[in-house]
Ligand binder design. Sequence first.
Ligand SMILES: [Cu+2]
Length: 609
Amino acid sequence: MKWLGAGAVCVALLGFALTSCGKQPSTAELGGTAEAAAATYVAPGDTDEYYLFYSGGHSGNVYVAGVPSMRHISTIPVFAPYPATGYGFDEESKKMLGGFTWGDVHHPAISETKGDYDGRWLFVNDNANNRLARIDLRDFKTKQILGPMPNISGYHGGSFVTPNTEYVLAASRFSVPLPKGTVEPIESYATKYHGVVAGVKIDPTSGEMSVGFQILMPPFNFDLGDAGKGPSEGWAFWTCYNSERATGKLEVTSTQKDRDYIAAVNWKEAEKAVAAGKAKMISGVPVLDPKEVPGIVYFVPCSKSPHGVDVTPDGKYFIGSGKLQSITTAFNVEKMLTTIQNKDFTGNEDGIPVLNYDKVKDAEVNVGLGPLHTQFDNEGNAYTSLFVESAVAKWKLGTWEVLDKIPVTYNIGHLCAAEGDTVHPAGKYLVALNKLSHGRHLNVGPSQPECSQLINIGGEKMKLLYDAFTEPEPHYAQMIKADKLKPFEVYPKESNKNPNAIWDVKDASVVRSGNNVTVKLVAVRSSFEPNKIEVNKGDTVTIHITNIEQTTDELHGFGLLDYNINVVIDPGETKTIKFVADKPGVFAYYCTNFCSALHQEMQGYLLVK
Ligand SMILES: [Cu+2]
């Protein structure tokens, strides 16, 4: 394979150097076109085997695709308004967004029961505004946004879940003086700035999210995490970089030491410590100081500038990779516990013991350049993304031998195997979430999409099956067997508890109270009732719209001209819009979401006198 030689020259230059080194071969060039086509072909009318939920980064959305076809099926707006579904225009979603018009979706996580995806909720973190969202997988809608969370700056280290979804992990990417609002000079960064790692508590029945515990940490940059399972259940792990406590040009100043750390947090002990009143309240949430509560957190040295830390399906190891190295380390949980018990420490960071690396590590696996993130299959294999090398390495847990490697296009970040972070990975498929697509698509100008590549991991050798071009920016994804989800297609009338819902056109009403006008409006094929609303300039107008359809795919929209309002109401759903009628005149409203042959006739008028 000639391209490997060229790649090796390029990787010596590190970073993005490889990206300028010409195109890698296509599947067709590598052979196996017919095989790949058959493996990804989903016939018209048939459905995919897996759902893929992938982060849309700074678009603020989550995207849903089918695997193996890689067809985009749906967009779930989370942290940004999305006119296509009216998200961020009705009162309820506007309140959830809290005035923010963007977020940075990073790492989706499906809720788990006994370490397997249970298909109830999808959590996603917002790296920009320190928020966590919960999407209900019965209707694929955002139901709660928690935050901005106190004390956390740059919520990157989530939203990984514990095996029974007791907690969603959270951590600070950027250390700041606490409480927020305090200003300390940058020169005092090493002592006056703090990181935080945290557990967001999840109500087991409702999924309601609340801050559970936070732990005060040294001013490192906390990056990614994973929860322990099996023998490591009760532990949570986060990588961190900049253990130099450096400021300024971090690409130089934070890469001076050979090793950074993985923080190992005993979350069950942290939970007990909070219950025992050992936390102090900072900005209204309980924060534990490891100096005062020993035994809740330890540092495990890891190759410098690590990204992922990933717990193996059996929970016996956690895999940590330094992105400037060519090895990934398998740390042994049992050895970690023994090292803690023996107090075999090599130092401490602000009172947090640093464990002896050689005593905790089981193996250093020579996977290749720039290992970032690891996923697993059902046959005891691990798959590590190699950012610098733009490849995926397959290696064996236990024997630690590298079995195979496949090039990807280009600069892979995370990867996602089918149920590959659960206790029962499915194998079969892996998606490489690449940062750069580099023109493997029709030219769309300088603003290029990302490239997500589907790889068959069902055989001895990995095989590239498909290039999909995805919206910026796919940081991480979750792939779940389609039959584990049971979304409903209409909201049954009896499930609608909105007190302002009406189900008959004769109950439609326009009621004035002082300067407030409240409208109860029905949308049903192919009209609005009322189709005329008269108000006075300056009135506050509230419109509760119920789509009384109980038929699949019969959505209606409500777009109001010149007032910047558009909502979409699903069958059986009620939404509320509220605005001040500050512009006089006659304004049409119309159904924005195609519904019937007479969709174009579905309209009404707002008269503002
Ligand atoms: Cu309609």
